[in-house]
Design a protein around this ligand. Structure first.
Ligand SMILES: [Zn+2]
Length: 384
């Protein structure tokens, strides 16, 4: 749950501040998608809403490949969010076939790690004979030192470099737990593959505690740049001739720093989860770097054959058309939503001829050509 907290914290804080300042609730429906979401219909004569279907993660390549085939029958375009580190030439050959048909491979980082993690490693040191202890992150030397007492005596020195024995945070935590007196854990299991060399420089962090654990952080910009630039480079090398321009943030986590890095890398849009923006026509504008995505299982239920399911799909599309909807439907593997469930959902979606089903880059292309950017958010021409 920590990552959801991290993702929603900015919005929550803003909402709390607005509430405190004006003693009235923040305007409803600025983000997310609910009955309360407000927005103006899209301008012009084109589709009334734009939806991107996304499958997340390399292990779900086969499900996505079958889904892309099924979508071709309806002329719908889809996106695979690819974490690239373990993708093989054979995997890229499968992807290339669908990319040639207009589908998309989006950046999901190289190592499938949150680009804006919180405290990544939590640790403490205790020995009844010692008086103090500290953790020192020496980034220029590429070392994490544990020192005891004053003047400090180094009791452990761990290598943070790619070439050392502990290049990832998972390996670092295991090695820390082998140091007598030290207890360490990952801040979140999702942080396991983060590279240890991105730990942020720290002079002396007091870790002399019998019980409580103390967090260490990463340099968010450096870590995010490595993961997003790496994912982009891998995709463009694996699929020559394609440009990777869309970001799908792993574990739905992003912050202002990582979004700025994404822009600097030439990524034009970013997808989060249900805390993102669903209405291009929203009164407060639309942030293309935080696009809403909901899961069909959560939105419509597990049984596409049921009348309730079809009714929920219809209501979802109706709502999108009212608010100028530009957003995503996403899922992972068959444990969440199978190819058969997708196959039953597609005709329900395709039945509505006023909704366009495009890639994530297609969403971005529509938004940037239709709305104008103001204060970092897109507004429709008629919105002002
Ligand atoms: Zn993922």
């Amino acid at each position: 749950m920590q990552f959801r907290f991290a993702a929603g914290f900015g919005g929550l804080l803003l909402a709390v501040l607005l509430f405190a300042a004006a003693s009235v609730p923040a305007p409803a429906g600025a983000q997310g998608l609910s009955a309360a979401t407000k927005g103006a219909p899209l301008p012009g004569q084109g589709p009334r809403a734009y939806v991107n279907i996304v499958i997340d993660d390399l292990p779900n390549l086969e499900l996505w490949s079958r889904l892309a085939d099924d979508c071709d029958a309806f002329g719908m375009k889809t996106t695979l969010a690819l974490n690239t580190a373990k993708a093989t030439p054979g995997d890229y050959a499968v992807m290339a076939k669908h990319v040639a048909n207009g589908h998309e491979i989006a950046n999901h980082t190289r190592d499938h790690v949150p680009v804006a993690p919180g405290g990544v490693v939590r640790l403490r040191y205790f020995d009844p004979r010692a008086k103090s202890a500290a953790a020192v992150v020496d980034q220029s030397a590429g070392k994490l030192r544990i020192t005891v007492d004053d003047p400090p005596r180094t009791v452990a020195e761990l290598d943070l470099s790619e070439e050392g024995r502990t290049p990832t945070l998972k390996q670092l935590v295991e090695a820390l737990n082998d140091v007598r007196g030290v207890t360490a854990e990952l801040g979140d299991p999702y942080y396991a593959n983060i590279h240890a060399r991105f730990l942020a420089e720290r002079d002396r962090v007091d870790i002399f505690f019998k019980n409580g654990l103390v967090p260490l952080y990463v340099n968010v910009a450096e870590h995010a740049r490595y993961e997003m630039a790496g994912g982009k480079a891998d995709i463009e090398a694996g699929l020559p001739g394609t440009a990777c321009q869309s970001m799908v943030y792993p574990f739905l986590v992003t912050d202002a720093v990582s979004r700025q890095v994404a822009r600097e890398l030439g990524l034009t849009c970013g997808r989060v989860g249900t805390a993102g923006f669903a209405a291009l026509g929203a009164p407060a504008g639309y942030d293309l770097m935080q696009v809403y995505a909901g899961k069909p299982r959560d939105l419509f239920g597990p049984d596409p054959a049921s009348p309730e399911f079809a009714a929920k799909v219809e209501a979802f599309l109706k709502k999108l058309k009212e608010i100028g909807g530009v957003c995503c439907l996403y899922s992972h593997g068959p444990d969440e939503f199978t190819n058969d469930q997708w196959k039953a959902l597609l005709p329900l979606l395709a039945r509505d001829k006023d909704v366009a089903y495009v890639t994530l880059h297609g969403l971005a292309a529509y938004v940037t050509s239709t709305a104008r950017l103001q204060d970092g958010r897109y507004f429709l021409p008629q919105g002002r």
